[in-house]
Design a protein around this ligand. Structure first.
Ligand SMILES: [Zn+2]
Length: 244
């Protein structure tokens, strides 16, 4: 029975590999719904949500707020709690600009690999801090790196938080400059429009390492995008809560 044993073992290994691959996909793929429903975008190809993760950040966030105000556009910001603790005034400036603010955890860990206790602590501490600092309820959450497992989503929902992912990731943390960030984003919007879906773009006004990450190219790219997709083109900029 050597051969069947080997075959069975091979099948078992392949199945295990596929399962592991499927779990990795579900945990890390931005658009996977396998581990529970996540908010991505509407089916209206003219709708675009500009979203910014990993702030607040010195200089960058305030410049970004100026650019958004010049174009009269509202965006969605997913803030890291420990930076809000250090820069509450920038977080308040985002809120008074009329932008949506969401929870991006206290310290930006890979939640998919954390314990229940740690996941809950990261989400509740960040939410309390945001609500105390801003005086408004926080109802949206984006997992750091988009990494999740069923527990992450169920804990978020039990706390009244809607998990938000994205469908365009221009990787603006790479040293590529504003024009390349813009070009990558435009390709994503074009692709989404071909598939009749709105665009949820994740950009970064900060970085997970610390406050002070150089993200001014992202601000310049935002300005370029807002010129290219002006209201005259039929584009409607929305915050992610309009898709909930
Ligand atoms: Zn992040």
């Amino acid at each position: 029975m050597t051969t069947p044993t080997i075959t069975t073992a091979a099948v078992a290994l392949t199945t295990a590999g596929l399962l592991a691959g499927g779990c990795t996909y579900a945990a890390l793929s931005a658009q996977s719904q396998l581990f529970g429903k996540v908010l991505i975008a509407s089916r209206n190809p003219n709708e675009i949500a500009l979203t910014y993760d990993d702030g607040p950040n010195d200089i960058v966030t305030e410049r970004l707020l100026d650019v958004l105000a010049q174009h009269n556009v509202r965006a969605s910001f997913f803030l890291i709690g420990r930076y809000v603790r250090q820069r509450p005034q920038i977080a308040r400036a985002i809120a008074s600009g009329g932008h949506l603010i969401g929870n991006h955890t206290m310290t930006h860990p890979w939640l998919a690999w954390q314990s229940y206790t740690r996941i809950r602590q990261e989400l509740t501490e960040c939410n309390s801090l945001l609500e105390d600092t801003l005086g408004i309820p926080i109802r949206y959450f984006r997992a750091p790196h988009g990494a999740r497992r069923p527990a992450v989503l169920s804990i978020a929902r039990s706390l009244g938080l809607t998990p938000v992912q994205w469908n365009i990731l221009p990787k603006d943390w790479e040293p590529i400059g504003a024009e390349e960030i813009t070009a990558r984003t435009v390709r994503g919007i074009t692709r989404n429009r071909q598939h009749s879906r709105g665009s949820n773009i994740v950009l970064h006004d900060g970085g997970q390492k610390d406050i002070g990450q150089p993200r001014l190219p992202t601000v310049d790219a935002t300005n370029l995008l807002l010129h290219q997709y002006s209201p005259q083109t039929g584009t409607k900029f929305v915050t992610v809560d309009s898709w909930a």
